[in-house]
Design a protein around this ligand. Structure first.
Ligand code: HEC
Length: 129
């Protein structure tokens, strides 16, 4: 009986200790979420790029299977990313039109919010995250 009581006491102690640690430290405003390649960047490629940039494109396949590898290493003119000087990245120069023709080459240019998030992703190290 005594053992059971001690166990219950210890278990309660462990759980209350856990509760104290959670909460106030999570999601503090000073720590913004890093950009996610899979959740934030690939959807932009899916919407605006892969109609041309698929496996039949001569330079760059931006489908989810391959986009990160193509941009970092395997694409025809890779790397398209410069994490030291993000604005010098071929990818960035194309979506802003610094190198013509601006991409996407038909329809409207990307929204400024999409351009900004791609730049932030490159600044954060262009991770495959
Ligand atoms: C209507 C078709 C089309 C769409 C849509 C399109 N592209 Fe392109 N893109 C091309 C063609 C064709 C080329 C190669 C000719 C050239 O360099 O202009 C190219 C070239 C590029 C290059 C340079 C490749 C190299 O090796 O020099 C990049 C980077 C690029 N596109 C990125 C994008 C991104 C990012 C998107 C979406 C935001 C996009 N493109 C949408 C047709 C397209």
């Amino acid at each position: 009986m005594k053992r059971i009581l001690v166990s219950i006491f210890l278990i309660t102690l462990i759980f209350s200790a856990c509760r104290k640690d959670s909460g106030p430290y999570i999601n503090t405003p000073d720590e913004p979420e890093p950009v996610s390649f899979a959740n934030d960047i690939q959807p932009i490629f899916d919407s605006y790029c892969i109609s041309c940039h698929d496996e039949n494109h001569s330079y760059l396949n931006l489908k989810s299977c391959c986009s990160w590898y193509e941009l970092s290493a395997t694409g025809y003119n890779a790397p398209y990313l410069d994490t030291i000087n993000p604005e010098q990245s071929t990818l960035f120069k194309r979506i802003t039109g610094v190198v013509a023709p601006v991409m996407p080459s038909t329809g409207s240019p990307l929204a400024q919010t999409d351009i900004d998030i791609i730049k932030k992703w490159i600044e954060e190290g262009a991770k495959n995250n």
